[in-house]
Design a protein around this ligand. Structure first.
Ligand code: NAP
Length: 297
């Protein structure tokens, strides 16, 4: 029995326990906006920040560039389109840290209008990388999210539901209580409509837009799942249009820098905003994803 006034070791150790160092993962962060998000998190001493890349050399080069600025991100290979790669990384994070606090789904494919890549290949690559890659990350990392964990999905202005021209398909995306399985089915329907002569009238011209609309819907589906199944965890998931930036994706002509593109994602990652399941514009304006109005791009 402990003498009154002397320490009880169990009580003392819990008093001395520090919260674990925060852990952030940013996908596709060897360049562009993802790299600027990693840089911003490191500058603000977020904790362990993972710069990830599907290519080891490109990733390590980016890490070295940040080290020159006296920033110290960690690195791991990650191809979001490859489920084995996603699982390997999530198991590594579980082993190394036990959990994560922040996931930024930034990685994406994009093809300029004059691309000579086969159109069917483009369509499938866009949907499997952008939509299903984001879904794989959410599925693998949600079980690792710690209390107050946040997920940020980088979409695009044309990831707004109004990019889909037909009311019938828009209704399917905004169906009350849409679930992940139904959303996946909708994305597969888009892929199977590839040969259909009416495809553009129904889905619009851009497979990139459809892949991002899928992520916009996924954001809402996941937030509802969090609210219903684990409200005590206080998880949030939001999507953001970062604005048009000077990157490969902006075809190097965007009006914003990558640091400007990273501003709203960093706001969502770091500030006490209380936003859940929302779609933010690069101006921080919260846009109604279902009905608009859509601000100027
Ligand atoms: N830039 C814009 O104007 C703009 C506008 C609206 C939305 N966005 C969105 O903002 C995000 C960042 O765009 P960005 O302009 O910075 O693009 P970016 O410079 O083209 O960078 C895209 C990143 O995603 C990575 N990536 C592609 N496929 C991947 C995969 N399967 N697994 C892992 N990583 C993969 C790329 O890796 P590699 O280096 O290996 O190719 C690269 O690191 C994207 O989600 C994009 O759709 C950008």
């Amino acid at each position: 029995m402990s003498t009154p006034g002397t320490s009880n070791s169990a009580v003392d150790s819990s008093r001395n326990e520090l919260p674990p160092t925060k852990v952030a993962v940013v996908t596709g962060s060897n360049r562009g906006i993802g790299l600027a998000i990693v840089e911003g998190l490191c500058q603000r001493s977020y904790g362990h920040v993972y710069l990830t890349s599907r290519d080891k050399n490109r990733g390590l080069e980016a890490v070295n560039d940040l080290k020159i600025l006296r920033l110290n991100p960690r690195f791991h290979v990650l191809d979001v389109k490859d489920n084995a790669s996603v699982i390997t990384f999530s198991e590594f994070i579980k082993e190394e840290h036990g959990g994560i606090d922040l996931l930024v789904n930034n990685a994406a494919e994009y093809y300029p209008e004059d691309s000579e890549v086969d159109e069917k290949f483009q369509t499938e690559n866009l949907v499997f990388t952008n939509y299903f890659g984001t879904l794989s990350m959410c599925e693998a990392f949600t079980p690792l999210l710690r209390q107050n964990g946040r997920i940020i999905n980088i979409i695009c202005g044309i990831g707004h539901l109004l990019s889909i021209p037909t009311t019938k398909i828009r209704k399917k995306f905004r169906r009350y209580r849409l679930n992940v399985e139904e959303l996946n089915e909708l994305m597969y329907t888009y892929l199977s409509d590839f040969e259909a002569p009416y495809k553009e009238n129904i889905w619009g011209k851009s497979a990139y837009a459809v892949s991002k609309v899928g992520i916009g819907a996924l954001t809402i589906v996941y937030q509802r799942k969090f609210n219903i199944e684990m409200p005590e965890k206080n998880f949030s998931i939001n999507s953001v249009h970062p604005g048009y930036c000077c990157t490969a994706k902006g075809e190097y002509v965007g009006s914003q820098s990558i640091e400007e593109g990273a501003e709203v994602p960093l706001y969502l990652a770091l500030e006490n905003h209380g936003l859940k399941g929302k779609f933010l514009w690069h101006t921080k304006e919260v846009v109604n994803w279902f009905h608009g109005p859509v601000p100027d791009l």
